[in-house]
Write a protein that binds this ligand. Structure first.
Ligand SMILES: [Fe+2]
Length: 300
């Protein structure tokens, strides 16, 4: 009698363990499937921001931002075409790209396992971006654009310039409306040839300035008397797989709790961290959908 009970009990334990094991695998597969399906569920985020220092002529000025396209084996022409189409539909005075236009060396990681992962992703992304409408366009480089060395970096920059996208490499340019002007400055990536002083050099004091920099770490170098009132960044992917209390520990920036994604009110102006378009390493997004940002500036 005792023996029978033991056998039954051991069978029950085995069944329950199997159930948990298969249940866990099924949940994991469902989560991966969910993340894979959600990686391209594009969201457009709209903001209206007021600034006292904004020149009157720029009241209503619209900026559309995209970031972290990560053209790669996982982020192909079809998806990039869809992004360009969505950007073209939005009203804008200025279009900005805040870095990681290609994936850089991570493509090599995949080439080891998937020989088909190799490709000319600069050509892919340039072909897609060449169909952007004729509004003013500026960009900065991200860590992945600079990771593969000078040759790749220069080719990417010259191709972007060829299709009318001004790459702000530690410099600024002026945007005029009538007699009034604002400045837009951009830096190279903070891990590479970054020079914020050079980027902001020559901008008149009191001039309303927008700063583009791939990583939100740039905020640490913006002095309190700076005329930078709006800083636009990317880099974090919003965590990409946004697990509360965990994801932000994995983001390679100095203050991930503050700059994981979205709008941050600073003591002077705002920082906006865009969640990006593509994905890095794995083609999943959970809780951090890809994003196009539309920001309208208003005179306070
Ligand atoms: Fe990125």
């Amino acid at each position: 009698m005792n023996e029978t009970n033991n056998i039954n009990s051991s069978k029950w334990k085995l069944t329950r363990r199997s159930f948990l094991r298969y249940g866990f695998r099924l949940s994991l597969l469902s989560l991966i499937g969910f993340g894979f399906a959600g990686r391209n569920n594009l969201v457009t985020e709209y903001y209206t921001l007021e600034f006292k220092n904004l020149p009157k002529a720029f009241d209503g000025f619209r900026i559309v931002q995209i970031s972290d396209l990560h053209a790669s084996f996982w982020v192909g022409k079809e998806y990039l075409d869809q992004i360009v189409d969505s950007v073209n539909r939005l009203p804008k005075d200025l279009m900005v790209i805040t870095g990681d236009i290609i994936t850089g060396s991570v493509n090599d990681f995949w080439k080891r396992w998937l020989p088909t992962a190799s490709g000319d992703y600069i050509s892919t992304v340039i072909e897609a971006l060449s169909l952007l409408d004729n509004s003013q366009k500026v960009a900065v480089l991200g860590n992945h654009d600079q990771w593969d060395g000078m040759e790749t970096e220069y080719r990417l920059v010259s191709e972007l310039e060829r299709i009318g996208i001004d790459v702000l490499r530690n410099r600024s340019r002026t945007i005029s409306r009538g007699q009034e002007e604002i400045s837009i400055a951009g830096t190279d990536d903070v891990w590479f040839s970054y020079d914020i002083d050079h980027a902001l050099q020559g901008i008149p004091s009191e001039r309303f300035t927008i700063l583009l920099s791939h990583s939100p770490d740039v905020r640490e170098d913006i002095k309190s008397d700076s005329t930078v009132e709006l800083t636009l960044c990317g880099h974090t992917h919003g965590g990409q797989v946004a697990i509360p209390y965990i994801s932000h520990h994995l983001i390679p920036i100095k203050n991930p709790a503050r700059y994981l994604a979205g709008l941050v009110k600073e003591s002077y102006g705002y920082t906006y961290v865009n969640r990006g378009i593509g994905t890095l390493v794995f083609p999943f997004r959970i809780g951090a959908p890809p994003e196009i940002t539309s920001i309208q500036l208003l005179k306070a």
